[in-house]
Design a protein around this ligand. Structure first.
Ligand code: PY5
Length: 306
């Protein structure tokens, strides 16, 4: 992708020019998907670039690494400062942030513990992942035929690169069929999540979302929505959902860092309608938080130190 706005990437402790951030073709992660990553957003605020829940994302990165037997070779504070350094080096106010920790060159077997662990933090301007129109009026979603992998197949709680082969199959399947995003079911047929988003259902004023035990990524936007709901007095239930719960919902929406909060206006060709009042309220509160204008959740915005 051409990124004329971005000049520099943080790689293994240094800022390197965009074109020099390279790896060998025998990098372990390239062959086996042995990497873990994060997706984080930085927003323009009156106090300068503000990163949404940066420490929480970096903690999840460390947990993902642990689940795949990797030690992140940098402390949380080092990664925190590196994130702001690469944002500043590229003179960006708002951007997407992609930390990646992966097994590098040096081992071709499946016992990878001798391979070096490499760390990069890339940033780039990234608009609404499912489109501005989607945020405003909702998108069309479809349940994919490919299932979400369960707890017996891999470490579901990890955000690992290889796990996204599953999401790619779902996303391509529904996109080729003319839909905007895929919904994946568990092996037991329960609703898990989107290809890169968590999912919420509103019915009779109650906000519902599947629990982590149903094999979802514990999304940081999901957690934020649960906290917003508590603050706004919206009743919440974390509970398993069947496919039919989607069709009879009053409102449906996806949450994720790249996507943000995206209403679903149609699921499996059943109309849900224009974004409803609960979705709108949560979208508005989220927008206030990420623009640095929400006193109660002000601590979710993090800024360069010193
Ligand atoms: N579920 C999956 C499978 C995800 O990939 C993501 C995030 C989420 C849920 C939501 O998690 P969070 O709210 O913490 O972002 N997906 C990435 C993102 O940056 C990659 C999308 C291309 O949004």
């Amino acid at each position: 992708m051409p990124l004329p706005e971005v000049e520099t990437i943080w790689m293994d402790g240094e800022l390197v020019p965009w074109g020099e951030a390279k790896v060998h073709v025998l990098t372990h992660a390239l062959h086996y998907g042995s990497g873990v990553f994060e997706g984080i957003r930085c927003y323009a605020t009156d106090r300068g670039p503000g990163v949404f829940r940066l420490r929480d994302h970096l903690r999840r990165l460390q947990r993902s690494a642990k689940l795949y037997y990797m030690d992140v070779p940098y402390s949380l504070d080092e990664l925190y400062d590196a994130t702001f350094a690469v944002i500043a080096a590229n003179r960006l106010e708002a951007c997407y942030i992609r930390p990646l920790v992966f097994r590098g060159y040096g081992e071709m077997g499946l016992f990878p513990l001798a391979a070096p662990v490499q760390t990069v933090i890339a940033v780039w301007p990234w608009g609404a992942y499912l489109g501005e129109e989607g945020i405003a009026h909702g998108i069309r979603a479809k349940v994919a035929s490919i299932q979400a992998l369960g707890h017996t197949s891999l470490a579901r709680a990890a955000k690992a690169t290889g796990q996204y082969l599953n999401s790619i199959l779902a996303k391509v399947e529904v996109t080729k069929a003319g839909y905007d995003e895929a919904i994946m079911l568990t092996e037991r047929g329960l609703v898990a999540e989107g290809s890169g988003e968590n999912i919420f259902v509103v019915r009779d004023g109650v906000l519902m979302t599947p629990p982590p035990s149903d094999g979802i990524l514990e999304g940081i936007t999901r957690d934020t929505v649960l906290r917003i709901a508590a603050a706004e007095g919206i009743p919440v239930r974390e509970c398993s959902l069947a496919r039919s719960d989607l069709v009879v919902a009053d409102e449906l929406f996806f949450t994720g860092t790249a996507a943000e909060i995206v209403p679903i206006r149609e699921v499996d060709d059943h109309p849900i309608g224009e974004p409803g009042p609960v979705t709108r309220r949560i979208q508005e509160r989220f927008r206030a938080i990420v623009s640095g204008r929400d006193a109660e959740f002000g601590h979710f915005m993090e800024y360069a130190r010193g």
